[in-house]
Structure formats: structure tokens, C-alpha cells
Design a protein around this ligand. Structure first.
Ligand code: MG
Length: 380
């Protein structure tokens, strides 16, 4: 068996699966979770879902799928360095965006607005819903029947009223407890991944410039170092060399700072981690500040760039019109979704809205565009 730190999650201490199953023969429980996630349809659809740039804008940009793989890579490296459970970290990282709508955050905001009267829409909760209920793959249960620890990691945040309806996995939000270290780690790895790859994609798209990025300490420091060491280097190689050093800087800080915290607090086991008032996997104070600076820079200069905004405004219109179109005439839905609405008749309009939201959220960017054409374009 792998040697893990005392504060790591181990399958011996697992809170198990909702539907008990015999242990896997030759894999760990968390490897089994990861394998189920990779074989899910929601995972394959991540390939055609937007991270920042809509899928058809170019083949070189990140999609939700490559983003999730980058999160898993960063998460696994750190997990191994801290002697945490690498399989669990990987499973959480690969599953963390399964519930994402088409068109990234614009899609999620639009769907949330549509669902406001019916309990709202939140992609974290939807990721949990995908693995708990929506995947139809196994003879004996709906969903993927993942372990408690993977589900705990997927549910990054949750409002108290929602948490109260979720049973054990929601309880920590009511009791103000932390998740295990692997979940904390997957969460930070997500941020490291997107902040850095969005710089790369933003430069590639020509929406950000190197001059602008030099306002950011994290970028400027690596920029200067790379230029001094490799004055001849230009183009994409220079950019990649800078970004890989930025990632390395953040990951090293995260490993060293978290190691320091763990040595200081010496949590005896995962329950001690959960009871602690703060996060144990986190950046040092100076790095946190630099990271915040980078995030703010990206928000102002990339996510709110007028060219990104145009695409996103269009995407929001598509999501909203699809939602309202299906709500006003459920016979426009594929038969399986009509059947699901019929089965939930007792829930009335909000039951219907939830099924429609599941359908819309599950769409890839291009499927949403095609569905929009099929439904609203009379010449289609
Ligand atoms: Mg993510």
C-alpha cells in the first residue's frame, strides 16, 4: 500500500459510497472514482465546452476538458509532494467542472437567472448532481456512486439552504468545517491552472499584450529572468518559458507554505483537518497577494474585454432563449426529458424547470448553438 501522511484521506477511513459496493479488486477506491469519471458522458462533453474562448474560436485554446486535465496534473504533483492521496486529488480535479454549462461563466450566469424562481443554478452543485443522479451508466444505481470524499471535494461551496438538503455531504457548510486536504488542494490547483492558462490563451488570442502583463509582479519577475537568460528567445517559446516559471513559482510556494502549516499544526488525521478553522493548503501571504493581483488583471483585461463580452452576451441570449423556449413548450424537449418531467409531476413548475436546466446545462457549446438554430430558425 502507498505510504500516506497521517492527515491524508485513506480509503480505510472513507465514509464510503451511498450504495455499498464490494471493494475493487486491484485499484484503490479513489482510482475507481477517477475511472468512473473518465468514462462518464459529462466528462467527454467537457471537450466542447468553453473555458474562456468559445470552442469554435480556435483549436489551440483551452477547453473545459484540457483545463480539467491541467488541474489534475498540478493537483497530483502537489499531492505527491505533500504525501497526500494522489488518486483522490486526481478524481476531484477531473470531476470538478462536470456540471458546467455551455459557454463558461456567461452560460452559468444566464441559467442561474432563468432558475432564480426555482432555487437557482450553481455549477458546483450541478457537478455533484451529475455524479449523484444524472449519469445513467450502472445497473444498480443512478449516477456514478462515488465515495464521500470525492463528492465532498466536488462541492466546493454551497449556500446554507442548499447544504441543508444535501445530507452528509452538505453538513460541513452548516457546521463551518473544512473539507479534507485533497479537496482543498484540488480547489487551489484549479485557480493556479486557470490563472496561468488564461494568460497564455489571452496572449494567443491577441487580447492581452506582454507590455500590459508586465504590470503584474508574477509575470514581470519571470519575464525579466527569461529575458536575461535567453535574450534571443522570442515568440511562443518565450511566452511558454515565462508561464511555466510562473506556475512553478506558485506551486513551489503552495507546497512550501502548506508543508509549514502542516508541520506547525500536526493534524492527527483527516477529522482534525476538517475541524480546523482555516484552510491548510494555501499560498503564503505575499504569493496570495500576487495571485490576487493576477486574478484582478485577468478580470479587467480579459474576461471583460469587449471581444470576449460580445461572445458572452450572445451566449447568454442562447441559453436564456433555450430555457424559456423549453419551459413554454416541453414538447420541444427530447422524449427522455419529457418523460423525466412527467415522472416529477408532483414538483410542478419547479420540477419542470430543473429538468430543463439539466438539459441545457448538459449541452456543449456547439450543441446549444445547433439546438437554438433547430428551434428558433424557421429556415433551418
Ligand atoms: Mg475549473
Amino acid at each position: 500500500m502507498l505510504h500516506l501522511a497521517a492527515y491524508a484521506v485513506t480509503e480505510q477511513q472513507s465514509r464510503g459510497r451511498r450504495h455499498p459496493e464490494p471493494p475493487p479488486g486491484y485499484r484503490s477506491e479513489y482510482q475507481r472514482d477517477r475511472d468512473r469519471i473518465i468514462h462518464s458522458s459529462a466528462f467527454r462533453r467537457l471537450e466542447y465546452k468553453t473555458q474562456v474562448f468559445v470552442n469554435h474560436e480556435g483549436d489551440m485554446f483551452r477547453t473545459r476538458l484540457t483545463h480539467s486535465i491541467e488541474v489534475a496534473q498540478i493537483g497530483r504533483s502537489i499531492a505527491r509532494a505533500l504525501v497526500l492521496n494522489e488518486d483522490l486529488t486526481e478524481a476531484i480535479a477531473l470531476a470538478h467542472d462536470l456540471g458546467h454549462t455551455p459557454f463558461g461563466h456567461a452560460g452559468q450566469d444566464a441559467l442561474h437567472e432563468c432558475m432564480r424562481a426555482f432555487g437557482g443554478f450553481e455549477h458546483n452543485l450541478q457537478s455533484l448532481r451529475v455524479v449523484d443522479e444524472l449519469e445513467e451508466k450502472y445497473a444498480e444505481f443512478s449516477g456514478l456512486n462515488l465515495t464521500f470524499e470525492t463528492r465532498e471535494g466536488i462541492l466546493k461551496h454551497c449556500a446554507r439552504d442548499k447544504a441543508a438538503q444535501l445530507g452528509e455531504v452538505g453538513r460541513r457548510f452548516l457546521e463551518h468545517k473544512q473539507p479534507g486536504l485533497e479537496a482543498q488542494l484540488a480547489n487551489v490547483a484549479d485557480e493556479v491552472a486557470y490563472n496561468n492558462h488564461d494568460v497564455d490563451d489571452g496572449l494567443r488570442a491577441g487580447l492581452l499584450t506582454i507590455e500590459q502583463l508586465c504590470e503584474i509582479q508574477l509575470f514581470a519577475e519571470q519575464f525579466t529572468e527569461v529575458n536575461q537568460r535567453y535574450p534571443e528567445l522570442g515568440g511562443r517559446r518565450r511566452i511558454h518559458e515565462i508561464i511555466r516559471r510562473m506556475i512553478n513559482c506558485q506551486v513551489s510556494d503552495l507546497v512550501e507554505n502548506s508543508r509549514r502549516i502542516l508541520e506547525q499544526l500536526q493534524p492527527a488525521d483527516v477529522e482534525a483537518v476538517r475541524r480546523h478553522t482555516g484552510q491548510m493548503i494555501c499560498f503564503s501571504e505575499p504569493m496570495r497577494e500576487q495571485h490576487r493581483q493576477l486574478k484582478q488583471f485577468l478580470r479587467l483585461n480579459l474576461y471583460q474585454h469587449y471581444r470576449v463580452h460580445r461572445m458572452m452576451a450572445k451566449a447568454q441570449r442562447i441559453v436564456k432563449e433555450l430555457f424559456h423556449g423549453f419551459m413554454s413548450d416541453i414538447r420541444l424537449l427530447p422524449p427522455e426529458f419529457q418523460r423525466r418531467i412527467a415522472a416529477q409531476e408532483a414538483d410542478g413548475e419547479s420540477g419542470r424547470a430543473r429538468v430543463v436546466a439539466d438539459y441545457v446545462a448538459g449541452m456543449t457549446d456547439r450543441y446549444a448553438i445547433a439546438e437554438y438554430e433547430r428551434i428558433f430558425n424557421p429556415l433551418h
